[in-house]
Design a protein around this ligand. Structure first.
Ligand code: SF4
Length: 294
């Protein structure tokens, strides 16, 4: 049996150890893999099964098995730190690698009088899990503060913009607790939108990755652009790199692929990349900035 293995970039260094545990004739995907949306469809055609590591299921694809990869951490220490928060009603969120202990954290905190929300989101499988394209685990949250347990602050910032609430980011590896605001992020986004004012040549990015493909949305954007006298073309990409974008004559791009490309990677690109919601602000259709979600 031919077995395909897809690892996120952070796990590729462990490819030999991981593949030693598997049976069959293994073929590794050499492509980047940024999320469960990003199944290697070319590899899928060649093999009997694909093991997709470290992400939870988004797409129900035949022959794809999602293999979780959880990172261990100390629940007691996390609860000890959180027990110092002045907010008594909190919502817990995390990413796929750290979500498995949120239920234990919730139970311990509730035993000492906290009220803890822990909800499943729209595109996610685990309670409290958020993605860069889905914060619905905290939709209409009644918590006074959101606590993100995980590394990095991207998701915590996203939660701050999405919820408008106070957000703490607690790193379960070094136990650093910081408060994260969305003000800088908003400033950066509006600055980027302002750079697109008056530009007329627009590329609309569509991803070929199955869980990020939003061709219909791209067509709606193109229609709006045409009504405003802009010249636009839809461009279909696999991985999106600065070199690929700079080959075209566009003055700015609207990105319908993964929202993290707009929010997290935009500094790598010389040409402004804005989200569909930001394009609406540029056109005067909307005033307030909403996060792009899939
Ligand atoms: Fe993650 Fe982006 Fe894929 Fe959403 S679209 S799952 S944020 S890589």
């Amino acid at each position: 049996m031919r077995v395909g293995v897809q690892l996120p970039d952070g796990l590729k260094r462990k490819a030999i150890e991981i593949c030693d545990e598997l049976e069959g004739d293994i073929i590794l995907s050499g492509e980047h893999c940024f999320g469960a949306c990003d199944i290697d469809l070319n590899l899928l055609k060649e093999v009997d099964i694909v093991y997709h590591f470290a992400h939870t299921k988004i797409l129900d694809l035949e022959k794809v098995v999602y293999v979780p990869y959880f990172i261990d951490y100390n629940v007691e220490k996390i609860c000890e730190i959180l027990s110092n928060l002045k907010e008594r009603r909190i919502a817990l969120i995390s990413t796929a690698q750290y979500c498995h202990k949120l239920t234990a954290i919730k139970e311990k905190l509730e035993m000492i009088g906290y009220s803890v929300e822990l909800r499943k989101g729209r595109r996610t499988e685990l309670p409290g899990q958020v993605l860069g394209c889905d914060y619905s685990a905290i939709k209409n949250s009644e918590a006074e503060a959101i606590v993100f347990v995980g590394d990095g602050i991207f998701h915590a910032k996203g939660a701050a913009i999405y919820s408008g609430k106070k957000v703490y980011a607690l790193n379960p590896l070094n136990f650093e607790l910081i408060e994260v605001g969305g003000a800088d992020f908003l400033k950066e986004r509006f600055l980027l939108i302002s750079k697109c004012v008056g530009l007329k040549k627009l590329g609309i990015i569509v991803s070929s990755k199955p869980g990020q493909r939003r061709l219909k949305l791209a067509e709606e954007i193109q229609k709006k652009a045409k009504e405003r006298g802009m010249k636009s073309l839809i461009v279909y990409f696999g991985d999106i790199t600065p070199e690929k974008l700079e080959n075209f004559p566009f003055e700015f791009y609207v990105n319908t692929a993964c929202p993290r490309i707009s929010y997290d990677d935009y500094r790598r690109f010389k040409i402004p990349i804005i989200t569909p919601q930001e394009f609406d602000i540029l056109l005067g259709i909307k005033k307030d900035l909403e996060l792009d979600e899939i």
